[in-house]
Design a protein around this ligand. Structure first.
Ligand code: IPE
Ligand code: IPE
Ligand code: MG
Length: 249
């Protein structure tokens, strides 16, 4: 069995982002309601947060609800919101105990009031923590995020506070929801689809991508460690040649 001891502590990804997909298919293949898949998925979230913390990952971003997921049947959306609220309530003590800092990216204003208030309270209560940053992508859409950043930057230009020629890649990064966080080094997608589904499009420019067929409720601690082990075998070239980035030069 693969354990975290087999990982190279010098080559850990700083930021791992996960597209937690496959809950519905997991449930349907068992003759269960889709919501049961989401419920089982919450256990995987708890397990994965614990693993990320123990391994020493700095930032874990979990894509929990996209801006497009509002188009799902109302019963599924409300079931997801209820699960989210109860997850936040039941995990707050553990976040505080384990020095985990909660953050959120996405349109928090679109969440139901009770969920938003619980989320805001947890973010505030964990804000002094210095360990793992648990970043939940909720009502998140990357294009929506970029539009917001462009509007903010345009306003600064129009107000004369920012000369157009001073706009850099850093300016754009600083106006995204992820401002202050490192870009993801590794993006894992469970459920087997080879797409980003509007997730961190700007931030993912040099992320390593790993797709696993495993449905999110079945994703184990070992699967997570294995994803990081695979990441550690990748050569990140950032445009250079293999020789340039290896020790051969
Ligand atoms: C991911 O699982 C969870 C959310 C998008 C909220 P899905 O519900 O998309 O599961 P599949 O893709 O239908 O199996
Ligand atoms: C992506 O999954 C969003 C989340 C995991 C929250 P979807 O199931 O919504 O993605 P598509 O629709 O298959 O691209
Ligand atoms: Mg899906």
């Amino acid at each position: 069995m693969l354990t975290s001891l087999e990982l190279d502590p010098q080559k850990l990804p700083r930021h791992v982002a996960i597209i937690m997909d496959g809950n519905g298919r997991w449930a349907q293949s068992r003759g269960l309601m889709r919501l049961m898949g989401h419920k089982a998925g919450v256990d995987t979230v708890i397990r994965t947060v614990r693993a990320a913390d123990e391994i020493g990952i700095s930032v874990l971003t979990l894509y929990a609800f996209s801006s497009e997921n509002w188009k799902r049947p109302a019963s599924e959306v409300s079931g997801l919101m209820t699960l989210l609220k109860s997850y936040l309530e039941s995990e707050l003590a553990s976040m505080l105990e384990n020095n985990i800092r909660l953050r959120c990216i996405g349109r928090m204003d679109k969440l139901p009031r009770e969920v938003r208030e619980t989320l805001q309270a947890s973010i505030e209560k964990t804000s002094i923590n210095t360990g793992l940053v648990l970043n939940l992508a909720l009502s998140y859409g990357s294009r929506d995020e970029v539009v917001g950043a462009v509007k903010e930057i345009a306003e600064l230009c129009v107000a004369g506070k920012l000369p157009v020629e001073q706009i850099t890649e850093e300016t754009i990064s600083a106006h995204l929801y992820t401002a202050g966080l490192p870009d993801p080094d590794l993006i894992v997608r469970t459920g087997g689809e080879f797409r980003l589904s509007n997730f961190l499009l700007w931030q993912a420019s040099y992320a390593e991508i790993l797709v696993t067929e495993v449905h999110w409720p079945d994703f184990t601690r070992e699967d997570f460690i294995s994803a990081i082990a695979t990441f550690q075998t990748r050569q990140r070239r950032f445009g250079r040649t293999g020789d340039q980035v290896s020790d051969k030069t």
